[in-house]
Design a protein around this ligand. Sequence first.
Ligand code: ARG
Length: 457
Amino acid sequence: MALWGGRFSGAADSRFKLFNDSLPVDYRLVQQDITGSIAWAGALKQVGVLDELEHGSLVLALHELSEQVCDEQILLSGAEDIHSFVESALIDKVGDLGKKLHTGRSRNDQVATDLKLWCKEQGEVMIEALVKVQQQLLELAQREAHTVLPGYTHLQRAQPITFGHWAMAYVEMMERDLLRVRDALTRLDTCPLGSGALAGTAYPMDRQALAQALGFRQASNNSLDSVSDRDHVVELCSTAAISMMHLSRMAEDLIFYNSGEAGFIELSDAVTSGSSLMPQKKNPDALELIRGKTGRVYGALTGILTTMKALPMAYNKDMQEDKEGLFDAVDTWLLCLDMTALVLEGVQVNKQRTLAAAQQGYANATELADYLVAKGMPFREAHHVVGEVVLAAIEAGQALEDFTLPQLQAFSDAIESDVYQHLTIDACLAKRVAKGGTSLEQIERALGQQKSAPTRE
Ligand code: ARG
């Protein structure tokens, strides 16, 4: 039975009903709807709408429903949405008394409350999933703190770094994602229940007590805003989108490192698949899917922003479109975080290949320029001289350090025999001691900082 039949003389068209019903999406809010209803029953008792006995029976029945209900039962009920389902299931249990529960409440403040409760619970799950990926990255960083890796800009070998430094870069990104989740959770921590349809509830209830009974920090301020605010959906979709951007970049790096051309890492059999045609292949499917699924999470963010744009005050049915995108974005993100942790767990680094690659491509050219600067040459001039040395080395098909001293001195007489010790990879790495650099000292500092405060609250 619909909740609003009285004013209507005709039945809804079955195609319209299918179009209008949100149960296939919002069935996931059943526990939040029951929790909100239990708290609402308490508020109704406080203002004298329910007596002690009535309150007791309603709360008991709601608890029973919470334990007994299953998705299949909800989905087969034919209810319009989860709020209608819970209310009619309650009426089935306690009869007419169940019809009192909706006094002073609207589905508008109810859905806003349910969804915020869901966001709060999921926030904790998101934090846990992000921390799990961070832990895998920290372990990798620790394991590969000494492993030399070519660092790239424009996908051209630029300067040597370590694999540990690479992993710690992603730890930083996840750290910001964590802060974004926490920040969104703090801002959404206001309870809309008791805002009515739009103007506020007509019963003089203690909304602060109601908010706290539901675990919110405080009751929301303005009833119009409370029922029509979906900032938290936008913010969580945005947090998910930004985090997926990070995961997709990590996926892309690892796909490249895993390629036959680079051969820097080998992915575990557990997260790769074969080709039906080409027996030699081992494809990085998990990573490609993480990269690919980023698109639909961005889609959810664009979707909710567009749905909310220019909506008049206060609630409009357009807002019913908020949940499908949010649920999918959060599900997808959590799944990708879990897969990322699994992939990282099995990454094997081929230290010979990474070292060999870092030794090619003149990644120590900056070092030679810095060496000339230390000998008193202005950097611009040093840059030019080293450019000439690199060109000659390319033509000769050799590394900078393969030139003899007289050959190097032909480019600049500032070059002396101590030059060679500056051109080794170890020297390149060891010099990056300023905060944030790729030296072992700095990686250990970053690791230590993460270990002592994993989410740096
Ligand atoms: N299913 C609706 C939603 O998700 C619940 C609120 C309905 N309110 C209303 N006035 N029709 O937004």
